[in-house]
Design a binder for this molecule. Structure first.
Ligand code: NDP
Length: 297
């Protein structure tokens, strides 16, 4: 194996440490405590695990954590009323509605009901537009975490060829915008891309956000390229146990790449760290204070 392993777990711990220090200063100097409200509708087991872990880490960095767990059959009007109440609550600086929502709820309507200044997931249409036009916005947590790791490893990304595989609104598209913002030459690939292998082989940076286990083999990777694996896929092993793998075939890609993120322990931990960073940023902006350095795009 030749690639450097980009340790997202350690990096995320560092980011949480920085957030915690900043929160302590906000309390001491301004009497402010950033607050994050997480809304969970229904009993999706994976969502419950995410929400628990978000709540725990929010408290650990000294922020206020509020959880609203609503019944799966909650009417849309009730959810919108709760969001409106959180929008008005001065002790809450970040609001996150855990997705996916039950089928009877309109996700776009719900997300766009959140005050854009409190939209720490960065999914509100205003934040999408601000990011797309290179203005100050709330940036989606997963791509922000990927960007932080790339900047930390490379310093400047200027002029690098980047390929993002996947064009979802939550990962692929914002990731491409962020790389463009850092002056990469960006290609977005998707399920209809012709000769994906050839496209990926040209990249200095490959971000895989597809949701297909170990889809990218090592012989698609240019020697020395940096590979960021966003995918989280649970596969069943011959002995019946399961294991988490990414969208890239780690062993063969690590043999040719210059650097690579593992799964688990790469992008995943950075996502929650960036949620905390965004909540801190939102609190600073809401109070006209300087934003934390190095924790925003
Ligand atoms: P989506 O399903 O929304 O998007 C997947 C994208 O991959 C689509 O644009 C799709 O193309 C593209 N795609 C599908 N098959 C192929 C293929 N054969 N070749 C090229 N492109 C293909 O997924 P998300 O963006 O939400 O998530 C992607 C992965 O990242 C998942 O594994 C998810 O679990 C993980 N994830 C991890 C997070 C973390 O914290 N680490 C956070 C969020 C997601 P098309 O548009 O043409 O259909």
């Amino acid at each position: 194996m030749t690639a450097d392993i980009i340790d997202g777990k350690a990096f995320a711990a560092r980011v949480r440490g920085q957030v915690g220090e900043h929160v302590a200063r906000l309390k001491e100097e301004h009497g402010l405590t950033p607050g994050l409200a997480v809304v969970l509708v229904g009993e999706d087991p994976a969502s419950q695990v995410y929400v628990r872990s978000k709540g725990k880490m929010t408290t650990e960095v000294g922020m206020k954590s509020v959880e609203h767990k609503l019944d799966a059959a909650t009417p849309e009007a009730d959810l919108l009323a709760l969001i409106e109440q959180l929008n008005r609550d001065k002790t809450i600086h970040g609001i996150l509605v855990q997705l996916p929502l039950p089928k009877h709820l309109n996700e776009d309507l719900v997300i766009n009901a959140i005050d854009p200044a409190k939209d720490v997931d960065g999914f509100h249409i205003s934040n999408v537009g601000l990011l797309g036009t290179g203005q100050k916005s709330m940036v989606p947590c997963t791509p922000l975490g990927c960007l932080m790791m790339l900047r930390d490893y490379h310093g400047s990304l200027l002029g690098m060829d980047a390929v993002v595989i996947g064009r979802s609104n939550i990962v692929g598209k914002p990731m491409a915008q962020l790389l463009l913002g850092d002056s990469c030459t960006v290609t977005i690939a998707h399920s209809r891309t012709r000769d994906l292998a050839d496209v990926v082989r040209r990249a200095d940076i490959v971000v895989a956000a597809v949701g297909r286990a170990e889809m990218v083999p090592g012989d698609w990777i240019k020697a020395g390229a940096t590979v960021i694996d966003v995918g989280i896929n649970r596969i069943e092993l011959p002995d019946g146990k399961t294991r988490l793998v990414g969208d890239v075939d780690f062993a063969s890609c690590a043999a040719v790449a210059g650097a690579i993120t593992p799964v688990p322990g790469g992008v995943g931990p950075m996502t929650i760290a960036c949620l905390l960073a965004n909540t801190l940023t939102a609190c600073c902006r809401a109070n006209g204070l300087a934003e934390p350095e190095g924790l925003t795009a």
